[in-house]
Structure formats: C-alpha cells, structure tokens
Design a protein around this ligand. Structure first.
Ligand code: ZN
Ligand code: ZN
Length: 360
C-alpha cells in the first residue's frame, strides 16, 4: 500500500487543479491515512495540485508520523490548522479548499480568523472520498483478508450458540476470535440479536439468553491492514416454521438478485431496485427498512450507497455490501449480507460463508 500514496495525492492534485484550488486542507484522519499512510489520531495534511503533501501533527506522533508517512512531517504544539495557514501564507496561496463535511464549527472559525487579504476558504466535500471509492488491487486484497477473518470468526462463534447463551457472550467471542485470527479490531460493534429482537436492524447485543425456536442474527466485520469487511448471517435454534422459511427464501432471493445486478456501468440505484423488486414479488417490500448496501474500505460505510435512485455508476474495483432484509415487529428480522468487489464483467463475492439458514 505504501507505494500508492504519492499516486493518490497526484490524482487528488488533478481534482484540485480542475477546481481552481491552490491547495486542500485535509482534516479527516481517514483521508490522511489514505493519502500518506499516517494512522495517528492528530493530524492535518496539506496537499498542493502537484501532489506535494505536508503533514502536521503534535509531539506525541513525532516518531510514528515520520515512520508511517511519505510526506514531509511538521511537528507543532498548539492548533495544527493555524500552523497550516502559516505555510499557505508564506507560499502566497489564495484559494484554499477545506473538507467542509469533516470540520467542526470551531475548527472552521479558527481557519477563518487566520485568513489574510487575498486568501479565501473554499468548501469542498467528498473529494478524497471520491478517489477512495475505487480500490486498488492491494486494497481489495486487504478487504478479502479482512473478510476471511470475519467469516472464520463467525464459524467458530456460531458453533457455541445454543439456548442459554447470552447475546453479549457471543459478541465477545466473535470479537475475540477476530483478533485471534489477526484482525486489528472489529469493524463496528458486532450485532448479535436473538428472537424478536432481530427485528431491530441495528440493535445491539444485550444480556438476553438465546432460547429454542428462535432466530439468531449475527452482523460483524473485521479490520485488517486498516480495511473493513462486513457480513450478516442467520441461524435458527431448532426447526423453523413456515413463516421463517418463507421470509428467509424471499430475502435470500433478493440478496442473490442484488449480487447478480452488480457490474460496471450500472447505477447503485439499479442494484437496490433489483433486490427490492424480489421482495415486492414476495409481498414484503414494506418490511425492508434500509437501503440495499454501501461501499466499504478504510471506513465501514463509504460511498456509494446502494439506495433508491442513487445515480453513481459502479466501476471495477469498487467494494460494496449487498444486504437486503425484512423486519417485522413482534416476530423478528432476517438479513443476509455479503461483501463483494466489482470486477470487469460482474462481481466477485468475498464472503465465503454459506448463505443457507444455519440450523442449530
Ligand atoms: Zn453488516
Ligand atoms: Zn453493512
């Protein structure tokens, strides 16, 4: 991954040039990591149209920043943004872009107060995120490894699911196994829900005991080399009844239709529509409470969103989730989620776990 930073800043530089900007002040730590490799919790990166980058951080990260980043590193005590403006002024730069969706109001005020005659702040949102949507081969490999870890951890964990076990115990086991298998951490707080509680799409595990004849939903992902994975699988403790089987079949067909729709050139909205159409045919589209999926990479939720009428066109190298679900209050919910990568003529599913309803 280290070889790619300079190339990424050059591509960003081209975007800056196209927008008439003299520089971009990057304050999102994830974007900073993407552009220069620095993983610390305090930093601002200043990028010029030719791809030159300067990284500011505080003394805690002096050693780490020099080791991780391929940019010039400046260590300062006090506000980093003030120091960044100092450099812009010395270089007599005028139009300074900043990440308007990543700054607090207080940080914006700090920038504004430091301006001088002839300099202006230009709000820019999503410039680096746009570059991040399409992954390099090395990034796809990191996501693939992350997915293998999460899937293996899921298999090990679900083996210990039986009546009497607490949801939080399973969540703890899952995250322990991910780390044992080489994950840096979980990509998000693992969702482990049982029984009627599965009807909350993003419910969190609690001190609830699994019981016989109940659904079990596990939604989890790992982080490996900075990159996230995401999967959801369902199990049933006992013999499922007709309604569970019907709903499961509907969601599985919808999920497979969504995966089948993923290919270069189609819109994100078309993938959503493909999954939604199947649920409509089964009469359960009203129970589908969210969009069909999302991009993922250095963050667990990235553009594009696979939602209604989303017009972003898919490109080879994008990594996405496909995760339709149905949720019925007082009964339960079912979701199936894979992480996929867009290939030259379709997509490859990176989640190896079976999509059968697991019977425990
Ligand atoms: Zn998920
Ligand atoms: Zn997801």
């Amino acid at each position: 991954l280290t070889a790619e930073y300079r190339e990424r800043r050059k591509r960003l530089g081209c975007l800056l040039e196209g927008r008439g900007l003299d520089a971009l002040i990057v304050s999102s730590l994830t974007n900073i990591r993407y552009l220069c490799g620095f993983t610390g919790s305090s930093g601002v990166l200043f990028v010029l149209p030719d791809g030159e980058g300067t990284l500011w951080t505080d003394p805690r990260y002096q050693t780490q920043a020099a080791r991780e980043s391929d940019c010039r590193v400046r260590v300062v005590r006090g506000p980093l943004l003030k120091a960044v403006l100092g450099l812009a002024r010395r270089r007599d730069l005028g139009r300074l872009g900043f990440e308007s969706d990543r700054l607090t109001v207080a940080e914006y005020e700090q920038l504004r107060e430091g301006l001088w005659l002839g300099a202006s702040l230009e709000p820019e949102a999503g410039l680096v995120e746009k570059l991040r949507m399409v992954k390099s081969a090395a990034e796809v490999e990191a996501i693939r490894r992350s997915m293998l870890i999460a899937s293996e951890a899921f298999q090990r964990t679900v083996a210990s699911a039986r009546p009497g076990v607490l949801e939080i115990e399973l969540a703890a086991e899952l995250e322990y196994q991910m780390r044992r298998l080489g994950a840096e951490k979980a990509a998000f707080d693992s969702i482990v829900l049982s029984g009627e509680r599965t009807a909350q799409p993003h419910g969190l595990p609690g001190a609830n005991r699994l019981a016989a004849d109940q659904l079990l939903l596990i939604d989890a992902g790992a982080v490996r080399d900075g990159y996230s994975s995401d999967m959801t699988r369902m199990a049933f403790l006992g013999e499922p009844g007709r309604k569970v089987k019907q709903l499961y079949r509907a969601v599985r067909e919808a999920q497979e239709a969504g995966v089948a729709a993923v290919r270069p050139g189609v819109t994100a909205g078309a993938v959503d529509a493909a999954a939604r159409r199947v649920l409509r045919a089964h009469g359960c589209q009203k129970a589908f409470l969210h969009s069909t999926g999302h991009g993922l990479g250095l963050e667990i939720h990235e553009p594009p969103r696979l939602g209604r009428r989303e017009r972003t066109r898919l490109v080879e190298g994008m990594t996405l989730t496909v995760e339709p679900g149905v949720y019925i209050e007082g009964f339960g919910g079912i979701r199936i989620e894979d992480t996929v990568v867009v290939t030259s003529n379709g997509c490859q599913v990176l989640t190896p776990a079976s999509k059968e309803l697991l019977l425990l």
